[in-house]
Design a protein around this ligand. Structure first.
Ligand code: SF4
Length: 452
């Protein structure tokens, strides 16, 4: 564990005199299986039996008492960070281990025991595994893409503070995360070995926000800001709340997915004091929606913190209509709103996980009409060089004139839709508008047939 990560946890430990010392027991010693325990909230989850997850936990980690397993600091301290450790859980040949050691020299490894327990060790294509376990392709395709695809360095106005849009800023408090997701946009930070913003840097960021009255929305992100102790976070959040022109605070975190035990009562009570606070999290696959994750989201919601989800579209993980529909239905069942589906950024070391843009559009097209609009996220590309997010939709407008649109629906049926008269919108130009690529010779006949 890096020094700053230790400091991070030490600051938590100071708040918690009853904390257990780091457990260093051999996690593969005890192979006895115990019957899984079920949270009552698991009743809302039908897709994946939690028993399988719990069984893996007991198979891999032995009879660890629930109070230790559920202690997020224990989970954090016992993250799997070396290939040799990983090989105790997932079958890896000597050659594969050598390859992965090379990969981790550039792109380190960190997985929580909890997230590791969700992996099916017998399936090399397991969608959970692919998010957590390094791949040789991170190096073999490593020349493709760029380190900072979103141009965040250019928009950094003071250390740790990105100001791109007029009314909102991004506060990057640390580069430490509970898990290092193989598709991470900020993979470039991993080599910096873990840092937390100093008190002086935080003062500078708060000064900047105070002086910029157009800023009404502060996004706290990272790394993962919930790696900081609740007390440390409260110091920062309470200061932001004192700034009169700040309307909302948003927290970007993957803890509900990779270490949901972090979302404890202490944290939720603190967040409840400084609302409105919104939380964006990052579920990528329905199998991540475990009883523990559902409980974490439920706690947040009961504390008045709305939870939205931002999925990254990833090759071989969630790049199908079926995978996305299951995920979004699972999210709605735990009252988490599917917010964005991101095209995977062109980050160095992630090319093997990226999908063609058309895949995302086809997924949205395959969902629209077949499920509730509430279950359909907005598919977006975050443009390079700080261009911002652009939503992408299937094209439903086949032709358009001043008075009429020709539209197709999800069943490929064609409809004419009368636009309001010119009187209702005198500013509209009179020319005929045709979206690019929409003109088809068959249109008039099909439209006529349909209208008949
Ligand atoms: S939690 Fe977010 S910031 Fe951290 S490694 Fe995963 S994707 Fe990157």
């Amino acid at each position: 564990m890096h020094e700053s990560e230790k400091r991070c946890l030490e600051s938590c430990s100071n708040n918690d005199p009853e904390e257990e010392p780091p457990g260093k027991r051999s996690i593969s010693d005890d192979l006895e299986e115990e019957p899984p325990s079920r949270h009552s909230i698991s009743a809302v989850l039908e897709e994946e039996p939690p028993s399988k997850i719990a069984t893996t936990r007991y198979r891999l980690f032995g009879n660890i008492p629930d109070n230790v397993w559920d202690d997020w600091k224990w989970q954090f301290r016992n993250r799997i960070t070396r290939v040799e450790q990983l090989a105790q859980f997932i079958p890896l040949s000597t050659g594969e281990q050598a390859q992965l050691r090379l990969v981790t020299m550039r792109y380190p490894l960190a997985v929580t025991p909890y997230y590791l327990s969700l992996i099916n060790p017998d399936d090399p294509d397991d969608p959970i595994r692919k998010q957590a376990v390094p791949s040789a392709m991170e190096m073999t395709m490593g020349s493709m893409g760029v380190e900072d695809p979103l141009g965040e360095k250019e928009d950094t106005v003071v250390p740790g503070l990105v100001h791109r849009y007029p009314d909102r800023v991004l506060l990057v408090l640390t580069d430490i995360c509970p898990m290092l997701c193989r598709h991470c946009t900020r993979k470039r930070e991993w080599r910096n070995g873990g840092w937390v913003r100093s008190p002086a840097e935080i003062e500078t960021m708060l000064d900047y926000i105070s002086q910029h009255k157009a800023v009404r929305d502060v996004i706290i992100s990272g790394g993962d800001p919930l790696t900081l102790s609740t007390r440390h976070l409260e110091n920062i959040i309470s200061r932001i709340r004192e700034i009169k022109h700040i309307e909302i605070i948003r927290i970007g975190t993957r803890f509900p997915v990779v270490l949901p035990q972090r979302i404890d009562n202490e944290l939720c009570s603190m967040l409840a004091k400084y609302g409105p606070i919104w939380l964006n999290t990052h579920f990528n696959h329905v199998r991540e929606i475990t009883p523990e994750a559902a409980k974490a989201c439920d706690r947040l919601l009961r504390s008045g913190v709305p939870v939205n989800n931002q999925t990254v579209l990833l090759r071989g993980i969630n790049d199908s209509v079926e995978a996305q529909t299951k995920l979004c239905h699972g999210l709605l069942k735990i009252k988490v709103r599917p917010y964005y589906l991101f095209q995977c950024d062109e980050v160095q070391g992630t090319e093997h996980l990226r999908t063609p843009v058309e895949t995302g559009i086809k997924i949205i097209e395959g969902m629209r009409g077949h499920t509730s609009g509430l279950a359909i996220p907005t598919f977006v590309i975050d443009l390079p060089q700080g261009g911002g997010k652009v939503p992408l939709q299937p094209n439903y407008i086949l032709a358009q004139t001043e008075g009429e649109l020709v539209l197709r629906n999800y069943e490929e049926r064609i409809f004419h839709y009368r636009n309001p008269t010119k009187l209702a919108r005198p500013e509209m130009p009179a020319e005929v508008l045709c979206p690019a690529g929409s003109a088809t010779a068959r249109l008039p006949q099909e439209a006529a047939a349909n209208s008949g």
